[in-house]
Design a protein around this ligand. Structure first.
Ligand code: SF4
Ligand code: ZN
Length: 732
C-alpha cells in the first residue's frame, strides 16, 4: 500500500473512531449502558460488527465493547491475547472505519437523526436498509436480472453528467446507492434538480449526505453472506471471501477524495469491492502487496460506468428493443400521474386485453406488427382513452400450448420496462398508460408491438421461432376478439387445475439461488411452487426447454417411498448430487421431518406452535411480533442458508392454497395463526380449499395479529372458536 494513501486511511479511521467515541460517551452519560438499540427490521444487530466478530451489539454498553475492538485494530501493536478472536490481516484501518461508522449511524438513530433529512432540500434519505428489502431483491440478484450494485459517492461535475451516469447504471439494471457530498453538492441533489424519480422503484437509492452513510450499502452487502450464504457470525475470513466471490458491488467516487473517503474505501476494498475515481488519485502501483490496485481512475464520465463494470467483471445482458425511449427493469417501477399522461387503455375505462396465442409456423410472419383500426396519431393530440387488444401470435418447433400463459405473464414486464410506459394487471383486466414525454420522444402504438416481439424472442429463445403482434383499436374488434381470448383463458385454467403431482413423472429443480446459498435446491412440483414465488412447475419446464443446462433441471420422481410425507427415490438421488452432499433426503409434504431447505428469498415462513398443535404463517414485510415470540426478521435468520430446519420452512405464498400444503401433517387445518395480509389476499382460493376440507369457515377460526401476537392469547382464541387443530393428533 502506498504510504501516502495508507496514512490518509489511518488518519480517517482515527478521526471517525474519535467521533464515534465522543458520541457514544455522550449517549452513555445521558441514557446509561443498558439502553438498547436495534436498526429497523433486521435480525443482525449491527451487521458489520456482527458478521466480522460474532459479537451482537444490543445496548450502548455493547457499543463500547465494539468500539474497544475498533481501537484495538488501530493500535500499532494490538494485544494478541485480548483481541485474538477478532483480529486478522483483513481487519485493518478500513474495517475499523466501518465499525466506527456503524456505531455512529446507530447513535444517530438513537438521537433521531436517521434516516437523514437533507438540510437544504428537506429530502428524506433511505437510511438503514432493512432485511425485508434485502430478501425482496434477492431473487433478482440470483437470476441475473440485477447484475450488481454500485455505491456512487460525491457529486458529478454538473447536473447533466450526474443524470447521464445514473441513467446508464439504470439501463444496465445496476442497483445504485447514493451517499456523500463534494463541497455541499451531491448526486442526490443533482438528480432532484433534474426531476429524476428516486427510490427503490427506480433503483436509485439515496442513503444519506455523508460519506459515512455509504456504510448502509456495505451493511446490506455483508448481510448477503449471513442471510443467503449461511456464513457464521465471526467467521470473518469466510464472510470476506463470500463478498469478494459472490457480491457484485463496486464504488464510483466522484470529486475530490478526503481522509474519510479513503478510510471508508479501504473498508470496502477489504470486502473485495473496487473503486473507480474521476480524479487523479495518487495510486502508486505496487512493488509488493498493494490493496490499492483495486482503485482505478477514469476521467471521462462517458466511460466511467463501463470501466466500473469491467473492473468488477459484471455480466450485463441487456436486451433493448428498437424503441425511442430507455428500456430496462429499472423503469418498471415508474408511475404515471394523470397530468403527465398522454393516453390510456383498459383499467375499466375502455375494453382492453392481452393474449398470447400459439400458431402454426406458416400462419404468421416473424417480427411483424399489424395495426387494425385507427392509430392514435389520427385521433389524439393529448389525453385520451382508447380500446386496445394486443394479440401476440407465437410459433416455434418447441412451442407448446402450455407455454402460452408463461409467455403472457411476461407481457407485464415487457411493456412496463419501457421508460414512460406503465402497465398493470393481465388478461382482460390490464391497464396501460403512456406519458407525454414518451410521445414526444416518438413512441408510437406500433412500438407496443415491437417491444413484445423483441422481448418474447429474447426471453424465450430456443422455443420461439416467429412472433407476430396484432393490435386492435376499434371497439367492436376489441370486444369481438376479447371473447375468443376469454374462451382460451378458461380452457387454460381448466387444464392447469388438472395438473397435479400425481399426473406427472417429472418434477423440476431450481438451482438459481445456489449462487448465494450453495447447498439450496428448490424442488418444484405441479402443486408446489418455488419458495420465492417466482417459479412454478410450468415456468421451470419452459426454462429447461430454453436452456437445457441452466438452473432448472428435470427430476424423475422415481419410486414413491412415502405417500403421506411425499418422499421419492428420484428426488433423493438428485438432491444428494445437486446439494453437494449437504442434503440427503427430502419430504415434500411435511414440515416435521426433512422438510425442504430454505435459501433466504422465501415469501413466507411457516413455523410450528407446539402448544397450539398447529402452525403459523408470516409473510416477508410483516414487521410485527408473532405467536412463536419472533418477528419475521428473526425467524428468517434461523431458517435460511440452505439448511433443513424441522418445524420451520420458507415457502411461496401460493403454496398455502395447494392441496399438498403440509398434506402429511394435516394440511390447512393445522393453520392456527396467519397474518391479516395473507388471510385477505388468499381469501377466495382459501375458502374454496376450506370447503373441500369440510370446514368452510376455517379462515374465521384462524387468528391474526389483530387478535393476538402471543401464544397464550392464541390458545384462548382457538379454544373459544373451536379450532380443528386442537382435536388433531399431536403435531410433535
Ligand atoms: Fe431461488 Fe427457489 Fe426461487 Fe429458484 S425457485 S429462484 S432456487 S427460491
Ligand atoms: Zn432464494
Amino acid at each position: 500500500m502506498s504510504k501516502l494513501i495508507a496514512s490518509a486511511a489511518i488518519r480517517g479511521a482515527q478521526r471517525i473512531t474519535k467521533e464515534a467515541e465522543e458520541m457514544l460517551d455522550k449517549a452513555l452519560a445521558e441514557k446509561g449502558g443498558s439502553f438498547s438499540f436495534e436498526f429497523p427490521d433486521t435480525a443482525y444487530y449491527l451487521p458489520m460488527i456482527y458478521a466480522m466478530t460474532g459479537f451482537p451489539v444490543k445496548t450502548l454498553s455493547d457499543m463500547k465493547v465494539a468500539l474497544g475492538m475498533t481501537k484495538e485494530m488501530l493500535h500499532p501493536e494490538p494485544d494478541e491475547n485480548l483481541w485474538k478472536p477478532y483480529l486478522g490481516e483483513a481487519l485493518d484501518s478500513g474495517m475499523a472505519t466501518l465499525f466506527s461508522e456503524e456505531i455512529i449511524m446507530a447513535l444517530r438513530y438513537i438521537n433521531g437523526l436517521e434516516p437523514a433529512v437533507d438540510p437544504e432540500t428537506g429530502y428524506v434519505y433511505n437510511g438503514f436498509i432493512t432485511d425485508t428489502i434485502q430478501r425482496n431483491l434477492g431473487i433478482q440478484l440470483v437470476d441475473g436480472t440485477m447484475p450488481g450494485f454500485a455505491a456512487v459517492i460525491g457529486a458529478a461535475p454538473d447536473d447533466d453528467t450526474a443524470v447521464k451516469i445514473i441513467r446508464e447504471l439504470q439501463e444496465k439494471n445496476i442497483l445504485t446507492f447514493l451517499s456523500g457530498h463534494t463541497n455541499g453538492n451531491s448526486v442526490t441533489k443533482q438528480l432532484l434538480r433534474k426531476g429524476v424519480e428516486l427510490g427503490w422503484d427506480t433503483r436509485i437509492v439515496p442513503l444519506g449526505y455523508d460519506t459515512a452513510h455509504t456504510l448502509y450499502a456495505l451493511d446490506w452487502a455483508i448481510r448477503a453472506s449471513l442471510i443467503f450464504g449461511g456464513k457464521k457470525p465471526g467467521d470473518f475470513k469466510e464472510h470476506l471471501k463470500y463478498q469478494k466471490d459472490r457480491v457484485f458491488a463496486l464504488a464510483i467516487v466522484l470529486g475530490e477524495l478526503d481522509d474519510i473517503i479513503w478510510s471508508t474505501g479501504a473498508g470496502a476494498i477489504n470486502m473485495g469491492f473496487p473503486a473507480i475515481c474521476d480524479t487523479d488519485v495518487p495510486v502508486i502501483h505496487p512493488t509488493g502487496v498493494c490493496i490499492y490496485e483495486e482503485v482505478e481512475k477514469e476521467f471521462d464520465h462517458n466511460k466511467i460506468v463501463q470501466k466500473a463494470i469491467e473492473v468488477r467483471g459484471l455480466k450485463i445482458t441487456v436486451e433493448k428493443p428498437p424503441i425511442p425511449v430507455a428500456y430496462g427493469p429499472a423503469f418498471e417501477g415508474e408511475r404515471i400521474r394523470k397530468e403527465d399522461m398522454f393516453i390510456e387503455f383498459g383499467g375499466n375505462r375502455t375494453p382492453s386485453f392481452e393474449w398470447v396465442r400459439m400458431r402454426e409456423m406458416d400462419e404468421i410472419e416473424d417480427n411483424k406488427v399489424i395495426i387494425v383500426g385507427n392509430n392514435w396519431q389520427e385521433r389524439y393530440e393529448k389525453g385520451g382513452q382508447m380500446p386496445l387488444g394486443i394479440v401476440i401470435d407465437v410459433s416455434g418447433r418447441k412451442m407448446q400450448k402450455d407455454f402460452e400463459p408463461v409467455m403472457e405473464r411476461k407481457v407485464h414486464a415487457n411493456i412496463n420496462e419501457a421508460q414512460g410506459i406503465w402497465h398493470m394487471g393481465q388478461r382482460d383486466i390490464n391497464w396501460i398508460r403512456i406519458n407525454l414525454n414518451a410521445k414526444k420522444e416518438g413512441f408510437t402504438l406500433e412500438h407496443l408491438g415491437v417491444i413484445n416481439f423483441t422481448m418474447t424472442h429474447h426471453r424465450f429463445k430456443a422455443i420461439v421461432d416467429k412472433v407476430q403482434v396484432t393490435i386492435y383499436t376499434d371497439k367492436e374488434d376489441v370486444l369481438k376478439i376479447q371473447e375468443e381470448a376469454r374462451k382460451s383463458y378458461r380452457e387454460r385454467d381448466q387444464r392447469l387445475a388438472g395438473l397435479i403431482d400425481e399426473a406427472v413423472d417429472t418434477f423440476y429443480s431450481c438451482l438459481l439461488c445456489q449462487s448465494f446459498a450453495p447447498s439450496h435446491v428448490c424442488v418444484i412440483s405441479p402443486e408446489r411452487l418455488g419458495l420465492c414465488g417466482a417459479f412454478n412447475w410450468l415456468d421451470c419446464k419452459v426454462a429447461f426447454e430454453i436452456d437445457p443446462t441452466g438452473g432448472n433441471q428435470p427430476i424423475q420422481k422415481g419410486e414413491l417411498l412415502d405417500a403421506r410425507y411425499g418422499r421419492f427415490t428420484g428426488i433423493d438421488e438428485y438432491l444428494k448430487k445437486a446439494s453437494g452432499g449437504a442434503v440427503e433426503t427430502l419430504n415434500l409434504y411435511t414440515i416435521m421431518e426433512n422438510p425442504m431447505t430454505s435459501c433466504g428469498c422465501f415469501e413466507c415462513i411457516v413455523a410450528i406452535i407446539p402448544e397450539a398443535n398447529g402452525i403459523m404463517i408470516v409473510q416477508r414485510g410483516h414487521t410485527g411480533m408473532t405467536p412463536v415470540g419472533m418477528k419475521f426478521s428473526t425467524l428468517a435468520g434461523s431458517v435460511g442458508g440452505g439448511t433443513q430446519n424441522p418445524g420451520f420452512m420458507g415457502i411461496g405464498r401460493n403454496f398455502i392454497i395447494s392441496n399438498k400444503f403440509l398434506a402429511g401433517d394435516g394440511g390447512i387445518k393445522r393453520i392456527v395463526w396467519m397474518t391479516k395480509n395473507l388471510k385477505e389476499s388468499l381469501k377466495e382460493a382459501f375458502d374454496q380449499r376450506a370447503a373441500e376440507e369440510g370446514i368452510p369457515d376455517l379462515l374465521d377460526k384462524i387468528a391474526d395479529e389483530t387478535i393476538c401476537e402471543d401464544s397464550e392469547k392464541l390458545l384462548e382464541f382457538l379454544t373459544s372458536v373451536g379450532h380443528p387443530a386442537l382435536e388433531m393428533e399431536p403435531i410433535l
